[in-house]
Design a protein around this ligand. Structure first.
Ligand code: ADP
Length: 470
C-alpha cells in the first residue's frame, strides 16, 4: 500500500479527478445549452410557419370545409416547413393532413396540446415517437377569425432525429476530449510527480546513507526551485557535517599526540631517575624537567577546558570600556615584558570605546596575544597595543617586532594546534591553542580576527568587535 501514500500517486489521482470534474461540468453545460438552443430554434421556426399560414386558413376553416383541398394545402405547407402539417376544426377533428395515406383525416385528436390550442393558447411539446424511434416536436397554433373566435388548429410536428444525431456527435466529441485531456494531464502529472519525487527519493537515500555513517554525500540536482534549494542546503549540511566530524577526529588525534609528547618525556625522565644512581644536583635537574613537562600538560588541559567551555557556554555580556581594560592589562604586564627585555606600550584615543563582552574572555584574548608577542619577539624589541575605531567597529591590534609569520602559514595560524615552529612554541610553553581560543571567543562576540605579518620584521594580530554607540 506504500504506493497509495506516494506523492506520485496522490498528485496524479488529484489531477485526474480535477480534470474529470471540470470536463463533466463543461460537457453537461455545453450539451444542455446546445440542446436548449436547437429546440428553441426548431420551435420558433415551426411556430413561424404556423403563424404565417393561420391568416390564410381562416376562410378555409370557417366556411364549408373541403378536406381534399385542405390536405393539399397541408401537403404544400409540409414541404416548406419540413414538418407534418395537420388542420383540425374547432372540435379537434382532423380536416386536413399532409400525410394522405394512413393519415389521421376525420379522426378527433385528444392531446394536451390540442386542448390548449382550442382554448386559444399556442402550445408545444416534445415526445417520443414509437414509429420513428426518435423524439418528435409538436406545435399547435389556434386559428382565430376576425371576432377572435377559434375556427380550427394548425398542428405541425417534426422529427428531432437530425438534431439529436448532431447532439450525439457533440457528446462523442466531448467524451473523446475528456479522455484526451485525462491522458495528457495524467501524463503531465506523472512527469511532474517524477520530477518532484525523483530528487526527494535521492535525498532520502542520501540521508539514509548519512544515518549509516557515510557522511560524504552529495546530490546532483541543479534547479532554482524549492526542491533545488533543499538539495543545495542538504549538500551544504552534509559537507559541514563531514567536515566537523573529520575535524573532530583530527582534533582527538591531535590532542592524543600533544599529550603523548610530554608523557613520553616524563616516562623517560622517571625511568632514568629510577635506574641510575645520580648526584643530588643531577636529580634536581631531572625533577625540574619533570616539573616543566607537568606544567606543559596542565597548560594544555587548561586550554582544552577553555575551548570546550567556550563551545557550550552561552556568554553573559556587559558593556566594557576597552580603554580602561587595555590600560589595566598593559600595566599588569609591564614588569613581565621588561624582564624579557621588551618595551610594552599602548596607543588609544581619548574617546571611550565601549563593546558588549565578557570581561574575563576579553582578558584572555588580549592575554593570549600578548603571550605570543612576548614569546616570538627577541629581547630589545617593542610591543604596542593599538586601540581605535573604524566604521562601526572597535579594533584592537597587538603589534610586535618579532620573528613574523611566513606568508604560506598566515591562513592557518588560528587553527587548533597549528604552529609555525613546533620546537620554538614548545620551548616557549605554547600549547598551539592560544590563537584558536582567541578566534573562538571573538567569533562568539560577533567579531572577527585577522593577521598582518612579515617574516623577520614583525606581526600585527587584530580583532574587531561591534562598537556600542552611546
Ligand atoms: P602557541 O601556543 O604555539 O603560541 P598559538 O595558537 O598562540 O599557539 O599560535 C599559533 C602559532 O602562530 C604559533 O605557534 C606561532 O608559530 C605563530 N604565532 C602566533 N603569534 C605570533 C607572533 N606574534 N609572531 C610570530 N608568530 C606567531
Amino acid at each position: 500500500m506504500a504506493w497509495f501514500y506516494s506523492i506520485r500517486f496522490r498528485l496524479t489521482a488529484t489531477f485526474l479527478a480535477i480534470i474529470l470534474a471540470v470536463m463533466i461540468i463543461i460537457s453537461l453545460f455545453l450539451y444542455n445549452t446546445l440542446e436548449h438552443y436547437y429546440l428553441n430554434n426548431q420551435r420558433e421556426s415551426l411556430e413561424m410557419s404556423g403563424f404565417l399560414a393561420s391568416d390564410f386558413l381562416i376562410g378555409h376553416l370557417s366556411g364549408q370545409i373541403d378536406s381534399v383541398r385542405l390536405s393539399t394545402l397541408a401537403e404544400n405547407m409540409s414541404r416548406q416547413a419540413q414538418a407534418r402539417v395537420i388542420f383540425t376544426n374547432q372540435q379537434g377533428v382532423v380536416v386536413g393532413d399532409s400525410i394522405r395515406v394512413g393519415g389521421l383525416l376525420n379522426q378527433t385528436l385528444d392531446h394536451e396540446d390540442i386542448r390548449k390550442a382550442l382554448t386559444g393558447e399556442t402550445s408545444s411539446s416534445v415526445s417520443y415517437s414509437e414509429t420513428t424511434g426518435y423524439q418528435v416536436m409538436q406545435v399547435s397554433i389556434p386559428v382565430k377569425d376576425e371576432n377572435d373566435s377559434i375556427v380550427g388548429i394548425i398542428l405541425l410536428s417534426t422529427s428531432l432525429e437530425d438534431l439529436y444525431k448532431t447532439l450525439d456527435d457533440i457528446r462523442s466529441f466531448l467524451l473523446l476530449a475528456t479522455v484526451l485531456a485525462m491522458a495528457i494531464v495524467g501524463g503531465g502529472a506523472v512527469a511532474l510527480a517524477h520530477r518532484f519525487t525523483g530528487p526527494l527519493e535521492e535525498l532520502t537515500t542520501a540521508a539514509k546513507r548519512m544515518a549509516e555513517g557515510k557522511l560524504n554525500q552529495h546530490i546532483e540536482f541543479s534547479s532554482d526551485d524549492e526542491i533545488g534549494r533543499l538539495a543545495d542546503q542538504f549538500n551544504i549540511m552534509a559537507k559541514r557535517l563531514d567536515y566537523y566530524t573529520s575535524n573532530l577526529k583530527k582534533f582527538a588525534a591531535d590532542v592524543a599526540h600533544e599529550i603523548r609528547t610530554p608523557l613520553t618525556t616524563m616516562s623517560l625522565l622517571t625511568g632514568s631517575l629510577k635506574e641510575h644512581d645520580m648526584e643530588p644536583q643531577q636529580q634536581k635537574e631531572f625533577i625540574e624537567d619533570l616539573d616543566n613537562e607537568l606544567e606543559r600538560l596542565i597548560a594544555l588541559v587548561n586550554d582544552l577546558l577553555t575551548l570546550s567551555r567556550l563551545e557550550k557556554n552561552q556568554i553573559g555580556k556587559e558593556s566594557i570600556s576597552l580603554n580602561v581594560l587595555m590600560r589595566e592589562i598593559i600595566s599588569e604586564n609591564q614588569y613581565r615584558f621588561a624582564r624579557a627585555g621588551l618595551e610594552l606600550s599602548g596607543e588609544m584615543p581619548d574617546e571611550e570605546l565601549t563593546v558588549q563582552a565578557t570581561t574575563l574572555q576579553l582578558r584572555q584574548v588580549i592575554g593570549n596575544l600578548l603571550d605570543n608577542a612576548l614569546n616570538y619577539t627577541t629581547p630589545g624589541g617593542t610591543v604596542r597595543v593599538l586601540l581605535y575605531k573604524e566604521d562601526r567597529e572597535v579594533v584592537v591590534a597587538v603589534e610586535d617586532t618579532g620573528c613574523g609569520i611566513p606568508e604560506e602559514d598566515i591562513d592557518y595560524i588560528f587553527e587548533r594546534f597549528f604552529r609555525v615552529d613546533r620546537a620554538r612554541s614548545r620551548e616557549a610553553g605554547g600549547t598551539g591553542l592560544g590563537l584558536a581560543i582567541v578566534s573562538e571567543i571573538i567569533t562568539k562576540h560577533e567579531g572577527r580576527v585577522w593577521v598582518e605579518s612579515e617574516e623577520g620584521v614583525g606581526s600585527r594580530i587584530y580583532f574587531a568587535l561591534p562598537l556600542v554607540e552611546e
